[in-house]
Design a protein around this ligand. Structure first.
Ligand code: ZN
Ligand code: ZN
Length: 405
């Protein structure tokens, strides 16, 4: 089970578990816990959706992007502009008991250990590993998900061919690494040209599959999908290693654009992706056509998929309207005004709303209004708002329901 890996160092996080639920009582419990980063202040604020008065605050070094990892038991706070990743014990964990899930809820707490590295950026989790790319460091850090949830882990570094804004995907017994061109323009990192299987030392073990400008990676079912200039590259495990298949953009798609961000759905095989500034695509790698375009009335601010009503995705556009997209037929089925307009003009990292899901609600940060909006997936109407000081920006929500006993 242990892979052959290079650059090993052992780190202890000292996680501990405690339970505050009354263990004599059996109860049905639903908890959604919100973690939100500020646009300016170096901190993460956490609260439960049903008890938002109680807040937890975690200091970071800079602005964060937040990812739930290790079965939601840990939140990674990636600080790309400050060369650091912090980890927070989420305080919520689930155990499968066959017919039901057990939920264990405690207070969230900071994990003392932080991960340093030159420009940490894309984070993904697959096959039991969390992979964090260090764009300027020229390697990806691998952390074992299970070890991380248990409180200690070994760190493995996989070298990239050149330092670049890339990704290394844990892939069974090997790794799939993005490949950068040998030449870069002065002052910038080299462009991505493809992906290939590598061993623990980063040495190629297979032929490179072309994927110009590779950006955006996600899993659904047996597929990994990657955005490229040529189309969406899918990868699945075949009899003799990874099998690559390029799904070209259909002729009627606006030319010269690409998919740069993908979200794989969990409960059926489908991807929801970006396409140009004013579009989203739905992708079923096994369908014909594999890709359908949804043209939006205004520029796309953010998008997500519904983990409960699984055939739906949601897109927020510049005009402040939220659209419900049917992923099966790529049709906008409903739209509603949810925030003031936010323009895409300006810097990509200017404060703009971000979306997350909590059961039957879409949770939206509204940085200019210093609050979080709770929107019903059913009606797209606002259920309530929660004040969050400053400029609430990147967000992740974890939790769900289970038995506490
Ligand atoms: Zn149980
Ligand atoms: Zn990126």
């Amino acid at each position: 089970m242990i892979k052959q890996l290079g650059g090993v160092s052992l780190l202890a996080l000292g996680l501990s578990t405690s339970v505050f639920a009354d263990h004599h009582k059996e109860e049905d419990m639903t908890v959604y816990r919100v973690f939100v980063g500020d646009h300016e202040a170096a901190q993460v604020t956490a609260f439960d959706l049903n008890a938002p008065e109680k807040r937890w605050t975690f200091a970071t070094k800079g602005q964060v992007k937040l990812y739930p990892i290790a079965g939601q038991s840990v939140i990674a706070a990636v600080q790309s502009f400050d060369d650091q990743v912090n980890f927070i014990r989420s305080g919520i964990s689930f155990k499968d008991h066959g017919g039901h899930s057990d939920i264990d809820v405690t207070e969230p707490s900071a994990i003392q250990f932080t991960l340093g590295g030159a420009r940490p950026f894309h984070l993904l989790e697959h096959d039991g590993y969390v992979s964090i790319n260090m764009d300027q460091g020229g390697y990806s850090v691998m952390l074992n998900s299970h070890e991380l949830s248990e409180g200690e882990f070994q760190r493995y570094d996989i070298a990239l061919n050149h330092a670049h804004h890339g990704v290394v995907v844990p892939w069974g017994k090997q790794w799939l690494s993005s490949v950068a061109a040998d030449k870069a323009e002065e002052g910038s990192l080299p462009p991505r040209v493809g992906i290939q299987a590598v061993d623990a030392k980063g040495v190629a073990t297979g032929k490179m599959a072309t994927c110009t400008g590779l950006h955006g990676e996600s899993f659904s079912g047996e597929y990994l999908a990657l955005g490229c200039k040529e189309g969406v590259l899918t990868v699945k495990e075949g009899a003799s290693g990874p099998e690559y298949k390029m799904l070209p953009y259909p002729d009627r798609f606006p030319e010269g654009e690409m998919t740069g961000h993908l979200i794989g759905t969990k409960s059926f095989q489908s991807f929801f992706g970006s396409y140009s500034k004013k579009g989203v695509v739905t992708i079923d790698p096994t369908a014909e056509p594999a890709m359908q375009l949804v043209e939006l009335p205004f520029g796309r601010i953010d998008f997500t998929v519904d983990p409960v009503k699984i055939k739906y995705g949601y897109v927020l556009t510049e005009d402040g309207r939220l659209h419900r997209v049917n992923l099966l037929n790529a049709k906008i089925e409903a739209s509603a005004q949810v925030t003031e307009p936010y323009s895409l003009e300006g810097h990509w990292n200017d404060p703009r709303p971000r979306l997350a899901m909590a059961g039957d609600e879409i949770i939206i940060t509204d940085p200019n209004a210093s609050l979080i909006r709770r929107i019903s997936t059913e009606s797209l109407s606002e259920i309530g708002t929660i004040d969050v000081e400053g400029m609430p920006y990147n967000i992740t929500v974890i939790g769900g329901s289970g038995l506490s006993h």
